[in-house]
Design a protein around this ligand. Structure first.
Ligand code: IVH
Length: 753
């Protein structure tokens, strides 16, 4: 037994040292950070239980350092410690038991739970309330001096803003915190990168680190970093007994303290909270990689001391890893309801954030080629929140030469049609709308939770009904009868009753919900609502789009000679394209135009000067009629010309019209109910929402809209109010800059009442 443990320790040391070498020397790791953490944890636990197995070359004896070569150094007043990791409730229980053994009998612990921010640690020294130095953790003894850079971060007070009637800071105070990007701000940085034609940053933590270690603080100043303070490292004369009081004290002095910390009287309370935290982590405004659990009693923490570089009185609970490495066994071609081809990875099953993953998206064939992913590769797979797991990339360092390249398919594996790639698209498509797989995917979507929400009709049921030839399209669902379903295997009375009841309920869904379920390209919930609000009934929508299609055809017919003009002049070619897509390229520009003739003469000059067979007056007249016919569709705010044209084309398809007629005959609701506005107190006012509210943001949005207000995504001079929740991002700063009034959620509720 002892021998086996010693052998395991040797093996772990060897393996970890190899991975340290690959990561640091070769810069070519073959496992993820989380996989490394696990191996490290196993070795550390072994060494704690059997100290005789600890050797000087053990990676656990190494103190991590992130010091740069070219920044001045600052010595820390006390060691800046790191934290040991726990990966399971059992690990946490062991941690507590070990601590209790070191204390006098009868000791109990209470705890503080904090999110573990995924940023980089900084140490801030204040003398007489003024920030004098800021340093990174470095090697725990000495850090990089980043004072000038830290001064650019607006959440770091340059002077502790304590109030005369609140707690006063000691003459010297050294605090510790974490610098990071809020998710919203990181996204903005990436949008700016993209706008400048530069590559996106992948990792928020590394980008924050790079931003903070700039030699020129003007560069740091351009990055919207945030800092949270979570600890007092050292001070002159300050004595606090409890962690919970320390947090409150720092908050009262005016530091930006994480608002999500919680107090718990026992460890089992904390363990009960773990699943809640795990499922909420994606809703926080910043990335976290786990939780930090601290014994509340500071004297007890001091007494417990440190083990290596980690204090015994606090520990990190790491969430299940979101990334893992595994082998890519094969690539399967998936066809979606729009015909889009998604290459899907079949993987050697791997345990990832709590579930076994054996399939993952490979996005598209361009990306496969760019990343040079091959069958047989070790690949890194990620699964985060609700998103479908996807392959991040290959671990090229692990190749043995047996891997084979992946080629895009030529034919749809279901319908045999030749796959097409629309101009400018990265994806391949099966062009056949009746392709059996596309039909299945459309039906599966139509009945799903986010669409018509037909309970009891999951993908298997849809498949079974299609296979039994009971349904061939969406409308058939509303004609299903008990007898024929009962004849299928696995469908008993009760189940069939429930299914038929759900189908009956689905007949009475609002018009917008039906519209959003039809799978019209680009028509989700928001656009469906716009359409339902404007047209009130399917009938009206069909009549309008039919009329538009007829006028579009009439227009195209009248200008047909121009479309067959052969030209190498790019301006003429551009004019020709405009003429060929009148609904997208021409009508939207001239919705309220006068003097259409002369405007068109100018726009179309390059082609009219080549071919004068169609007088511009004729073009103007036909376009005038098309524009007038399409006006009600083209003037919907929030619905662009391409979407409008998708809508027209979808409804113009006779198959779709017949489908809708068939649904209507079955009693499916095709009219919008009149929604009464709750009030007009916010009529005409423009709002922006930022930060975490007590309810989902969509609810706040609905509240504003129900009272006549409008909600938009970004703050501008035209914004009337910014509603700010907890941990607001840069939008709140922008509002103050522009002098836009800031409201709390309560203020807003008071306004509408
Ligand atoms: S307390 C002795 N609290 O996690 C106290 N650390 O893996 C040690 N971290 O180096 C730190 N959020 O950079 C603490 N709420 C939090 C934290 C936190 C993130 C980081 C910190 C530390 C690392 C340890």
């Amino acid at each position: 037994m002892e021998d086996a443990l010693a052998a395991r320790a040797t093996e772990l040391r060897k393996e970890l040292n190899y991975h340290i070498y690959r990561y640091n020397v070769l810069n070519d790791p073959i496992i993820t950070d989380a996989e490394y953490d696990r191996l490290f944890h196993e070795l550390r636990e072994l060494e704690v239980e059997h100290p005789e197995l600890r050797t000087p070359d053990s990676p656990t004896q190494r103190v991590g350092s992130d010091l740069s070569d070219d920044l001045p150094k600052v010595a820390h007043p006390a060691p800046i410690l790191s934290l040991a990791n726990a990966f399971s409730p059992e690990d946490l229980q062991r941690w507590e038991e070990r601590n209790l053994k070191l204390m006098t009998a009868g000791t109990t612990f209470d705890y503080v739970l904090e999110p573990k921010l995924d940023g980089l640690s900084v140490v801030l020294t204040y003398v007489d309330s003024v920030l004098v130095t800021a340093a990174t953790r470095g090697n725990g003894e000495v850090g990089d001096d980043v004072t000038a850079n830290i001064r650019t971060i607006r959440t770091v007070p340059l002077r502790i803003p304590s109030h005369a009637d609140g707690p006063q800071p000691p003459s010297r105070l050294v605090v510790r915190g974490e610098v990071l990007f809020q998710k919203e701000d990181f996204e903005r940085v990436n949008e700016e990168q993209e706008a400048a034609g530069l590559p996106r940053y992948v990792n928020a933590r590394n980008t924050a680190s790079g931003s903070l270690k700039q030699k020129d603080s003007r560069i740091t100043a351009q990055r919207p970093l945030t800092a949270y303070i979570y600890d007092i490292v050292d001070s002159d004369g300050l004595v606090l007994d409890k962690e919970w009081d320390t947090l409150e004290f720092m908050r009262d002095m005016g530091f930006n303290v994480i608002p999500h910390s919680e107090y718990f009287p026992t460890l089992s309370d904390i363990i009960q909270q773990l699943p809640t935290w795990e499922s909420h982590r994606n809703q926080l405004p910043f990335e976290i990689d786990g939780l930090v659990i601290k014994i509340n009693d500071i004297a007890a923490r001091r007494e417990l001391g440190i083990s290596g570089k980690d204090p015994r009185g606090a520990t990190a609970y790491k969430f299940p890893a979101e990334e893992a490495t595994t082998t890519l066994l094969d690539v399967v071609v998936n066809i979606g309801r729009t015909g889009k081809v998604t290459p899907t990875a079949s993987l050697e099953p791997v345990f990832l954030s709590g579930v076994t993953v054996s399939n993952a998206s490979l996005h598209n064939y361009d990306l496969i080629q760019q990343l040079d992913i091959r069958v047989g590769d070790k690949v890194i797979v990620k699964r985060s929140g609700e998103v479908i797991p996807y392959v991040i990339g290959p671990v090229t360092g692990a190749r043995d030469g047996s891997e084979t390249p992946i080629l895009p398919p030529e034919l749809c594996p279901f319908s045999g049609d030749v796959l097409v790639r629309p101009e400018g698209a990265v994806d391949l498509f099966c062009p056949n709308p009746r392709c059996e797989e596309r039909v299945f995917r459309s039906l599966e979507f139509f009945v799903s939770r986010g669409a018509m929400d037909i309970d009891g009709m999951g993908p298997e049921t849809v498949k079974a009904l299609i296979d039994a030839n009971l349904i061939n399209d969406e409308a058939d669902i509303f004609y299903l009868e008990a007898d024929s379903i009962l004849a299928l295997e696995g469908f008993a009375d009760k189940k069939v009753d429930n299914l038929l009841q759900s189908i009956e309920n689905a007949k009475h869904r609002p018009l917008a919900q039906l519209l959003a379920s039809l799978g019209i390209d680009g028509v989700g919930g928001v656009v469906a609502n716009l359409l339902a609000d404007r047209f009130h009934s399917m009938q009206m929508l069909i009549e309008t789009t039919n009329a538009i299609k007829a006028q579009e055809n009439a227009f195209l017919e009248s200008i047909a000679p121009l479309l067959s003009v052969e030209t190498s002049d790019p301006d003429a070619a551009r004019a020709k394209t405009r003429l060929s897509k009148p609904l997208v390229e021409l009508a939207p520009r001239y919705v309220d135009a006068s003097d259409l003739g002369s405007k068109l003469s100018r726009l179309l000059k390059p082609i009219l000067s080549i071919d004068s067979s169609v007088p511009v007056e004729v073009i103007a007249e036909r376009l005038q009629i098309l524009t007038a016919t399409a006006k009600s569709l083209l003037t919907i705010e929030g619905l662009g010309p391409i979407l409008a044209s998708n809508v027209v084309n979808w409804f113009a398809d006779g198959y779709h019209q017949e489908l809708l007629a068939k649904m209507e005959r079955a009693g499916v609701n095709m009219v919008a109910e009149k929604v009464e506005k709750e009030g007009t107190s916010l009529d005409g006012l423009k709002f922006v929402i930022t930060g975490t509210m007590s309810v989902p943001r969509d609810d706040i949005k609905a509240l504003i809209e129900a009272h006549g207000g409008k909600v938009s995504g970004s703050v501008s001079k035209n914004t009337d109010y910014v509603v700010v929740g907890e941990s607001p991002g840069s939008k709140a700063d922008k509002a103050s800059q522009l002098g836009v009034t800031i409201l709390s959620e309560d203020d807003l509720r008071a306004m509408v009442n």
